[in-house]
Write a protein that binds this ligand. Structure first.
Ligand SMILES: [Zn+2]
Length: 343
């Protein structure tokens, strides 16, 4: 058996990897915190630090000594992000220094710099500029963070050469945690993972085998085992909620919707929502029921990945997924893009 991989926080708590961090929005989460803790027993959460920061009352409370674990009522691992994603759409008038300091002060276990997201459409010069600025911000963040683990965020857009340079700079800075940024736009409905595979393979090679690697925003259970096989340790996503809001029923082989009712009926889901429902198809129109089903599937996937990595049966797990996936989704590029990599 392969020994378990762990991440240890500054407060001395250890968590088994791979780890999935559901996005948690304190005011409006589809699954309340009590359920996340008791029914799902989640190990960790990711909370948007920028949303906490911009609400004057919440900010005041947190800065006066209530830490983020107390504020949300959760003592597992809490990672915060910085508003970088919001910054892609509009100017934030937010300084890297301030948002990093804030996340460190409120006791987040892992904090994010205000990195500059680089979508696939960015040309080389733009992607390079954003990568260099992101690295400068991480250097600055390193001098500020005292109580947390700082995520060293890789950027570089679609350019493998920039992605590698970004990783080399992060290793030179001696970051203890890598987060791969701007991959979400590369995840698409056809599951073409070609670029993602190359970026992650290179990143893991440069990072070495010990340092935790996180892919920001990865949350489709069909893709997680492949990312884990490439060496990704941590995932975060709000997918369980936004798939539910659009009527998508997650399975380990890909998400299904109203056009696939036969497959949904046949899929033997052991979650309590599906077991207690007389007609699973009705769940598709009920986000409050579909979200817990989706989260169950994601967490069950993580459990199976952990087991497969320990028993060295990950290849078998991937083959099983590919077989069902290919028969369900003949137009998908998951199989061909994975074969291109694994030879
Ligand atoms: Zn279910």
């Amino acid at each position: 058996m392969t020994p378990q991989r762990l991440i240890q926080t500054r407060t001395g708590k250890s968590f088994q990897l791979p780890l999935f961090l559901p996005v948690y929005q304190p005011r409006s989460n589809l699954i309340p915190i009590d359920e996340l803790k008791t029914r799902f027993a989640v190990d960790g959460l990711i909370v948007n630090g920028f949303f906490l920061y911009k609400e004057a009352e919440v900010k005041k409370k947190l800065e006066s000594g209530v830490n983020v674990h107390e504020y949300i009522g959760f003592d597992g691992l809490v990672m915060t992000d910085s508003g970088a994603f919001q910054g892609l759409k509009r100017p934030l008038y937010l300084a890297n220094k301030k948002i990093v300091q804030f996340q460190d002060t409120i006791g987040a276990d892992i904090v994010s710099p205000l990195d500059l997201i680089s979508p696939p459409g960015d040309n080389f010069q733009t992607a390079q500029k954003k990568m260099i600025s992101t690295n400068n911000r991480i250097r600055e963040a390193k001098t500020i963070v005292k109580n947390s683990i700082l995520a060293g965020v890789q950027q570089g857009g679609r350019f493998l050469e920039l992605r590698k340079k970004s990783m080399e700079a992060l290793m030179e800075m001696e970051v203890e945690y890598i987060a791969i940024g701007s991959l979400v736009p590369f995840f698409n409905k056809n599951h073409n993972m070609s670029t993602i595979i190359k970026i992650i393979r290179d990143a893991r090679e440069i990072a070495g085998k010990d340092i935790p690697v996180h892919v920001y925003g990865a949350g489709d259970p069909v893709e997680l085992p492949f990312l884990a096989a490439l060496g990704v340790d941590i995932f975060d996503s709000s997918s369980y909620g936004h798939y539910a809001n659009s009527g998508w029923y997650m399975t380990p082989y890909g998400a299904l919707s109203l056009t696939d009712t036969d497959k949904i009926r046949e899929f033997p889901c052991p979650c309590s929502i599906c077991r207690e429902s007389g007609n699973k198809i009705q769940i598709l129109g009920q986000p409050a029921k579909l979200a817990p089903h989706n989260l169950f599937i994601i967490l069950e996937t993580i459990r199976r990945i952990r087991e497969a990595l320990e028993n060295k049966t990950i290849e078998k797990l991937l083959e099983d997924i590919l077989e069902t996936h290919a028969s369900w989704f003949p137009g998908s590029l998951l199989v061909s893009s994975w074969r291109e990599y694994s030879g």
